[in-house]
Design a protein around this ligand. Structure first.
Ligand code: AMP
Length: 380
């Protein structure tokens, strides 16, 4: 099924052509016609499924039929859990919007940077605002924007938004939106809290399920390796060298570990950057840009910092420390094996976390057989 059969306008078809998207992804096939029709959407999809384009393209097309935003007003509001994702989704919208005949104003707002330029930018109103909830509320408190004219609300990575404790912020934002509006909810997982939010928010939604990245997804090979805690960095170096991974995203449990592991890799001659909430926004942006541009081979990150980031051509994800939840596990491994590429997700499993990994396996309903690598046999 080609993009042209989904009801997309010729201008946006050109944007898709220039993006070299060969065909719509499963989520795009279902979401684009539904969103163009003004339906609410309940979509189970994760980063890597092409979900951003699945909502950006039809929402931009729908904007062509409405009046431009008035001063301080916003037409389409997209809430995302992290700064990085806000910037990334904003960029996608801007890229596609360039192809439209009328100008569409897209503004991304997030914390960690000065609020004043964002207030200035919003003064004339915006057609699309991509925001993290905290900063959006700050801006509302400053009367820097009004939500009364918004026609569409998108919750992107709804499970993350709730995981990060944004439930109250979301409720406050939703209460300021007009009653009549289109609602889209995208989430990789559907724990009870997300279900409840969806049920409260969505009216007669079109339900879309795209299989999550689990063992059933052949694009991602999952491996788990038994290893002594103290030898994990050595094993990491060994795997990077042995498999010739051009880029590796390594997850650790704490901010402190990001710097520590990255430093150990650098000392061993492997270029590595750390990404954590401890860094200034400028440093975070730079670490990510260096990794994306292949100036560093390894990015060592915490879950929060790496949330939602989209890195093309990422062959390997390593759980140096295991994630706390199965949700985090699914999100982490979903960073690799994007858009038709294959990838590997390796979990290090020292004896002390064996029980915890079994729980993750059980919740995912799969087994990832433990391997032992020659030269790295665990002592126990
Ligand atoms: P997302 O799930 O929105 O984070 O998108 C993941 C990546 O897939 C992004 O780099 C997109 O540019 C890319 N992408 C989106 N749609 C398609 C498509 N139809 N074909 C190939 N790549 C795509």
């Amino acid at each position: 099924m080609p993009f042209s059969s989904l009801g997309i306008s010729p201008e946006l078809l050109r944007a898709i052509g220039d993006s070299n998207y060969p065909a719509p992804t499963p989520i795009q096939k279902e979401a684009i016609p539904a969103i163009l029709n003004g339906k609410d959407v309940w979509a189970c999809a994760q980063t890597g499924s092409g979900k951003t384009a699945a909502f950006a393209l039809p929402l931009l097309q729908n904007l062509a039929n409405v009046d431009r935003a008035r001063p301080l007003c916003v037409r389409t509001l997209i809430l995302v859990p992290t700064r990085e994702l806000a910037a990334q989704v904003g960029e996608s919208f801007r890229f596609f919007a360039e192809y439209l005949r009328q100008p569409v104003k897209v503004i991304a707002v997030f914390g960690g940077v000065s609020i004043n330029p964002q207030m200035m930018a919003l003064r004339g109103g915006a057609d699309v605002v991509v925001a993290t909830p905290g900063r959006l509320l700050d801006l509302l408190d400053h009367n820097a924007l009004r939500l009364a004219d918004a026609r569409t609300l998108v919750l992107d990575e709804a499970d993350r938004l709730l995981d990060l404790g944004f439930a109250d912020e979301l409720a406050s934002i939703i209460s300021r939106l007009p009653q009549r509006r289109q609602n889209l909810l995208f989430s990789a997982t559907f724990p009870p809290t997300v279900r409840a939010l969806g049920e409260q928010l969505l009216h007669d939604p079109v339900r879309i399920e795209v299989p999550a990245a689990t063992a059933t997804d052949p694009a991602i090979v999952q491996r788990s390796i038994r290893i002594d805690t103290a030898r994990r960095t050595q094993l990491l170096r060994h795997l990077i060298n042995k498999h010739g991974w051009t880029r590796t995203l390594v997850f650790v449990a704490t901010r402190h570990s990001t710097a520590h592991v990255a430093e150990k890799l650098r000392r061993a001659g492997i270029s590595a950057a750390a990404l954590s909430g401890d860094l200034s926004q400028g440093a975070r942006t730079k670490a990510l840009a260096d990794f994306k541009a292949a100036r560093v081979k390894v990015l060592v990150a915490t879950d929060v910092a790496a949330r939602g980031i989209d890195i093309a051509h990422l062959p390997a994800v390593v759980n140096y420390d295991l994630p706390r939840s199965t949700t985090d596990y699914v999100h982490r491994i979903g960073r690799t094996g994007r858009a038709g590429e294959s990838g590997v997700a390796v979990s290090f499993v020292p004896t002390v976390v064996e029980e915890h990994f079994r729980l993750i396996e059980k919740r995912q309903r799969l087994r990832v057989p433990r391997e032992i690598i020659a030269g790295f046999e665990p002592s126990s």
